[in-house]
Design a protein. Structure first.
Length: 224
């Protein structure tokens, strides 16, 4: 993994020609439904694997020693979403593409599909804000979501009822598990959805996988 000098304009033209990206008359760019099917497959495979498995994938892709992967990801600002987009683009394109160009394509694709999976009803946290937020809210429920995550989408259908069960004085926040790598490492989160219950500044309980409103209410009752 190294700095890339591939031309973004050429990379974009390749994506458009391949049918991965649509350009509207006003110049707006968006991923196509066909490409998103491929992207969803790679999200399912790599979006929720453990950090160790993800690092091994990066090691295999880019020839980086496993013990150096985390440092290199941080150095170049590469997220799990970038790697998923890289793999999806490589699979979707008919002709082989140089690694440099694929890396540029991945960055473009992530920008086009970067809508957050965190519902508007929650305070959204990221790697730059979660520590200060939890310092200010010593009692908090944090939900970890991912895009293209069927259990996440199913759980969001009950989110209003779930939030009604959050006790008074307890903050409710959400995290995009694909982009907040430092948060996920700090709390050892490797699945979505995950519910984290912080009490007096300490993580007291967690639940991973789709939870019913009653299961989440029971979690709240035990912790708060």
């Amino acid at each position: 993994m190294a700095a890339t000098h591939a031309d973004p304009e050429t990379a974009l033209e390749t994506l458009i020609a391949a049918g991965a990206v649509d350009e509207a008359p006003d110049g707006t760019l968006s991923t196509t439904a066909e490409f998103e099917k491929t992207l969803a497959v790679y999200h399912d495979i790599y979006g929720a694997v453990s950090t160790e498995e993800f690092h091994q994938t990066v090691s295999d892709l880019f020839g980086v020693a496993p013990e150096n992967v985390e440092e290199r990801l941080d150095e170049f600002g590469v997220t799990r979403a970038d790697v998923v987009a890289y793999l999806a683009a490589k699979s979707f394109l008919d002709a082989p593409v140089e690694q440099d160009s694929l890396l540029v394509m991945a960055g473009l694709l992530v920008e086009m599909t970067s809508s957050s999976p965190v519902p508007a009803a929650l305070d959204e946290l990221d790697d730059d804000t979660f520590e200060s937020y939890l310092a200010d809210h010593s009692d908090a429920v944090v939900f970890v979501w991912r895009r293209f995550c069927e259990p996440c989408d199913a759980m969001k259908e009950d989110l209003g009822a779930v939030l009604d069960r959050v006790p008074d004085g307890v903050a409710a926040a959400g995290v995009d598990g694909e982009t907040a790598d430092e948060f996920c490492r700090s709390f050892e989160v490797d699945a979505a959805p995950t519910v984290l219950c912080v009490r007096d500044g300490d993580l007291r309980e967690r639940a991973s996988g789709r939870q019913t409103r009653d299961e989440v209410a029971g979690l709240f009752d035990r912790v708060y």
